[in-house]
Design a binder for this molecule. Structure first.
Ligand code: CAA
Ligand code: NAD
Length: 298
């Protein structure tokens, strides 16, 4: 199957990055959001990211100004799902909530052409559970990108027990055309990366709660001790504490193991609406984005 037109559902942190990468790779892209204000926010993020890549320059893996404007010319935003009807693949990156995703997939299934592939960017939700909301089980996969999508080379390609082999191979080839490195995995909670990363991130919160170190000391220790580009608490603010909180519930429900349970502090930060960078405050206060100030919660 030849993929020419890409639909993206959601223009938040991930959807905007996925749309940007697909448009930069030469695909026509339609991004659907529930409200124009979310499209405007997502497109502003795309503009900022593309400008950073132009500043970087093609010799350092960035873009020319011409490539930036070509990518933007291929990007269309909409709040009308019917504009996705003729897409060859629809990549969903909406809120990490099973009910919301299943409801949306049922609508998508009735709207988008029958031979289109559906690909969820979910971090943790059972892909098979989303697939059963549609009548195209053999054309349903997971396509799990990493944040920030323009910078992270990995895409996990998730095969369910129902995915057709030719659809799976089309998805692998599509991931490569996007300039990503596809890895093959199956529909197990957290796939590969989050199966290992989420317990590490949650343990960082537990270590902080137990007084093992301050927020900055824990982050500095992992950056300098393990060569991580970001410490775990900075990364949690980057991923989004709301998204992380949803992920912990999905993974704990499947594994029933403490290491996947949301630490009390994470629940309280989310209840307070402190989701991290996206709301300006999480473990750190981003009033001055260049100088995040660590909170004091214990
Ligand atoms: N768009 C375009 N360019 C970007 C960018 C973006 N979103 N983010 C960073 N860059 C560019 C910057 O412009 C900069 O380029 P120059 O050197 O030319 O100025 C370069 O990348 C480095 O950026 P920074 O100086 O801001 O900082 P950095 O060196 O730390 O790189 C980073 C930023 C790539 C995000 C790096 O910090 C990193 O890799 N962090 C780890 C991210 C990570 O672990 N992601 C996985 C999260 S888990 C997940 O995604 C799965 C899930 O389901 C939750
Ligand atoms: P986000 O909150 O930044 O964006 C979600 C977007 O979905 C919002 O803009 C919201 O308006 C939109 N939305 C919600 N319901 C919708 C609907 N019915 N129709 C259209 N748009 C709708 O979240 P995010 O961080 O981009 O996460 C999105 C998905 O990607 C989740 O499944 C998450 O698990 C996954 N993911 C997140 C990361 C990360 O680091 N944040 C990494 C990989 C995968």
């Amino acid at each position: 199957m030849d993929i020419k037109k890409v639909g993206v559902l959601g223009c938040g942190l991930m959807g905007s990055g996925i749309a940007q990468v697909a448009a930069t790779a030469g695909f026509d892209v339609v991004v659907l959001e529930q409200d124009q204000k979310f499209l405007d926010k997502g497109f502003a993020g795309i503009e900022k990211s593309l400008s950073r890549l132009v500043e970087r320059g093609p010799e350092k893996g960035g873009l020319t100004a011409e490539q930036k404007s070509q990518a933007q010319s291929r990007l269309k935003g909409t709040t009308n799902m019917r504009d996705l009807a003729d897409c060859d693949i629809v990549i969903e990156a909406i809120i990490e909530n099973v009910e919301e995703k299943r409801k949306t997939y049922a609508q998508l299934d009735a709207t988008v052409k029958k031979d289109a592939i559906f690909a969820t960017n979910t971090s943790s939700i059972c892909v098979t559970e989303l697939m059963t909301a549609t009548k195209r089980p053999e054309r349903f996969i997971g396509l799990h990108f990493f944040n920030p999508v323009p910078m992270m080379k990995l895409v996990e390609v998730v095969k369910t027990i129902a995915t057709a082999d030719d659809v799976y191979e089309t998805a692998i080839a599509f991931g490569t055309k996007l300039g990503k490195v596809p890895v093959r995995t199956v529909d197990k909670p957290g796939f590969i990366v989050n199966r290992l990363l989420v317990p590490y991130l949650l343990d960082a919160i537990r270590a902080y709660e137990e007084g093992v170190g301050s927020i900055t000391d824990i982050d500095e220790a992992m950056k300098l001790g393990c060569g991580h580009p970001m410490g775990p608490l900075t990364l949690l603010d980057f991923v989004g504490l709301d998204t992380t909180y949803y992920i912990t519930h999905v993974m704990y429900d499947e594994f029933k193991e403490r290491r996947f349970a949301a630490p009390p502090l994470l629940k309280r930060l989310v209840l307070a609406g402190w989701y991290g960078r996206k709301t300006g405050k999480g473990f750190y206060d981003y009033t001055d984005p260049k100088n995040p100030v660590p909170g004091k919660f214990v």
